[in-house]
Write a protein that binds this ligand. Structure first.
Ligand SMILES: Nc1ncnc2c1ncn2[C@@H]1O[C@H](COP(=O)(O)OP(=O)(O)OP(=O)(O)O)[C@@H](O)[C@H]1O
Length: 622
């Protein structure tokens, strides 16, 4: 499917509003408003309270203002000389002016409180998102839906602000409407009928028009996307050469005429409907107003209401229609932004399914796993969700404290996956892992992880200083420069870091001023140093030297050899000369363990290890 024809997720809210009928909108509205209030209240109670209370006060003042207006009119329409009438109206006029000024001040207070509230809403919502994304198990990132949901949720965090703002505006509109209704009923109950006649049909027409407006927006958004795709094809440098060499000009221009012609036809149809709906809406509004005037005339003739009340009602109807326009507009916006916010809520619900079970998390009340005496991998299997074959297949092996272990095998044989399982980063789909004869889960996988240092094959290049990059290996400990430098020396990174413009304080991120980037091998040294810094009972190094020069590689493996006999190390490498000293070498094939032994034993046997080693050694000999 061409990208421009694909419905884009970022139009979710607009599409939902375009598809939903008025009943559907009102059915969902209370739920969305509840969510907005909960989010705002959770983010900042004080400001939410201020906005709500001030808006309500503003409504009371609006009602009061209308009643004061009526009083002014009563005095002006009374008998007697004009100066006397004006003088009699002055107190009510003063009240009216006071109420109007106070309303203005309250409006400013609402704006001020909202300005403070919305960034806090964004902060709280976004933080909750990151709390989830950092807590979910690694397997969540294997799910494509998770990544897409995350993207949508990011838009949802912005929608939270819109939702809160729109809800508050909706509340302000409703309060204004209610204020008018109360004032009108106070003047004369029958005037409420006039108000309903003026607002209900107009409100309905405005909501219908909103629905069609969203449709029209969507119709033109497809055209915009089509235009965008074709523009890239016909006007950009990347496609310019091929366009000419294959003579694609005519083809693309015909395509342009075709899609744009169809699109403009569709847009015209929608535009006609928008015009029809808004015209009908305007006609209904006009009839409603005529109805109101007719009703007021009848009530006046019948002596049911005085002239001042009728005049106030005309002013009230105008105020009500202004408030109604605000309400209908905000209903649409609450609905649309609510749909985006729902994406965020859905993502959090989905992410909750990936959170580690509470029994898997360590806690102060549990004894820690302590120093390693024996690590057992018992019948462990692991299959990635989208794969038919297991990456690790019923694998059993035992590692004793102080040993240096090597995992060897061809690409894709499951070494990194096994290392991730042993590191507690992935839960096996079968079998179990025992740390000192107790399952990881019994210790708390989080706790076990604290006792393991891992240098991953696809390590991350953290955008911090060189010192922080290394200190992050043990983030709970205070960063001690001596420890950082000692770890860097083991990884052959110390001299290289000293040569950077600011030494250990050099920022390793080119996007910032004075930031530096490193070569692949230099990054690998930093990664190894990070793992060395955490003085863990178990160190796992997955391809730690693939990008290192021979000198750095030699230094690194010397440091690793220094651990042998005291600390436990698991090494994954394709450079087999580096692991001849290992206490045990495990050879993997298609996720299964096919050979185990020392270098000497495996070279004596006729198997994969000897073949791989001999092949590599031959390269050096020749
Ligand atoms: N995130 C993933 N999603 C799906 N399949 C994966 C994923 N990671 C690895 N695999 C697959 O699992 C199998 C084992 O991969 P693994 O990375 O453990 O192999 P490896 O022995 O470390 O390979 P290499 O020597 O290339 O580093 C491979 O078939 C690989 O394609």
């Amino acid at each position: 499917m061409l990208p421009e024809f694909r419905p884009s997720w970022w139009e979710t809210g607009l599409r939902a509003r375009a598809d939903a009928g008025i009943a559907g909108v009102f059915a969902e509205l209370p739920g969305l408003i509840r969510k907005a209030v909960r989010v705002a209240w959770g983010a900042d109670r004080l400001r939410t309270g201020v906005v709500t209370a001030t808006t309500a006060c503003s409504g009371v003042l609006a009602a009061f203002g209308l009643l004061a207006t009526q009083r002014v009119l009563i005095e002006l329409f009374a008998g007697g000389p004009t100066p006397d009438r004006v003088r009699a109206a002055l107190p009510a006029l003063a009240w009216l002016a006071g109420a109007t000024a106070l309303r203005g001040a309250l409006g400013m207070a609402v704006g001020y409180a909202l300005n403070g509230l919305t960034p806090r809403v964004h902060l709280v919502v976004e933080r909750e998102l990151f709390e989830h994304t950092t807590a979910v198990e690694l397997r969540a990132f294997d799910d494509d839906g998770f990544a897409e949901g995350m993207e949508r949720a990011t838009r949802g965090t912005e929608a939270a602000i819109e939702l809160v703002q729109n809800t508050m505006n909706l509340f302000a509109g409703l309060v204004s409407l209610l204020a008018v209704a109360i004032a009108v009923v106070t003047i004369h109950p029958l005037l409420l009928v006039a108000l309903l006649v003026a607002t209900v049909p107009t409100g309905y027409a405005a909501l219908r028009a909103g629905h069609v407006r969203f449709r029209s927006y969507l119709a033109s958004s497809t055209r915009r996307r089509r235009q965008w795709v074709l523009q890239r094809l016909m006007a950009e440098r990347k496609s310019a050469a091929e366009l000419r060499s294959y003579g694609l000009r005519g083809f693309l221009l015909r395509l342009y005429d075709q899609v744009m012609g169809a699109q403009i036809g569709e847009e015209l149809r929608v535009a006609q409907r928008v015009t029809a709906t808004t015209s009908v809406g305007a006609a209904i509004g006009g009839f409603a107003l005529a109805g109101v005037y007719a009703l007021l005339g009848l009530l006046l003739l019948d002596g049911q209401i005085p002239l001042a009340a009728a005049a106030t009602c005309v002013i009230a109807v105008q105020a009500a229609q202004r408030a109604l326009a605000l309400v209908t507009f905000q209903v649409d916006r609450v609905y649309a932004s609510g749909q985006f916010f729902n994406e965020y809520v859905r993502f959090l619900e989905n992410a909750t399914g990936y959170l580690p079970s509470p029994s898997d998390e360590g806690g102060a009340d549990r004894p820690g796993p302590g120093e390693l005496s024996e690590l057992t991998v018992r019948g462990v299997s692991f299959r990635y969700p989208d794969r038919d074959r297991p990456a690790v297949d019923e694998l059993t092996l035992t590692i004793r404290a102080g040993q240096t272990i090597a995992l060897v095998g061809e690409n894709g044989s499951g070494k990194s996956t096994l290392a991730a399982i042993i590191a507690g980063l992935r839960a096996p789909t079968g079998g179990e892992l025992l740390w000192n004869s107790r399952p990881y889960a019994a210790w708390g996988t989080d706790e076990v992880r604290r006792h393991i240092a891992v240098a991953l094959q696809d390590h991350h290049q953290w955008p911090f200083s060189a010192a922080t990059n290394i200190a992050m290996g043990d983030i709970d400990a205070t960063a001690d420069q001596d420890l950082i430098e000692s770890a860097a020396r083991k990884a052959a990174a110390h001299d290289m870091i000293l040569e950077l413009p600011h030494g250990y304080d050099t920022l390793l991120d080119r996007t910032f001023k004075e930031g530096q980037d490193l070569s692949g091998g230099q990054w690998q040294r930093i990664t190894a140093a990070r793992a060395f810094l955490r003085d863990a009972p178990l160190l796992i190094m997955d391809e730690p030297s693939s990008a290192l020069d021979p000198r750095a590689e030699d230094a690194l493996f010397q440091a690793l050899r220094g651990r042998q006999g005291t600390r436990t190390t698991i090494l994954i490498t394709h450079r087999l000369a580096n692991i001849t000293h290992a206490d045990q070498i495990f050879v993997l094939e298609h996720g299964a363990l096919i050979q185990a032994g020392t270098h000497r034993e495996l070279m004596a046997a006729d198997g994969t290890y000897r073949q791989l080693f001999t092949l590599q050694a031959a390269g050096y000999q020749s």
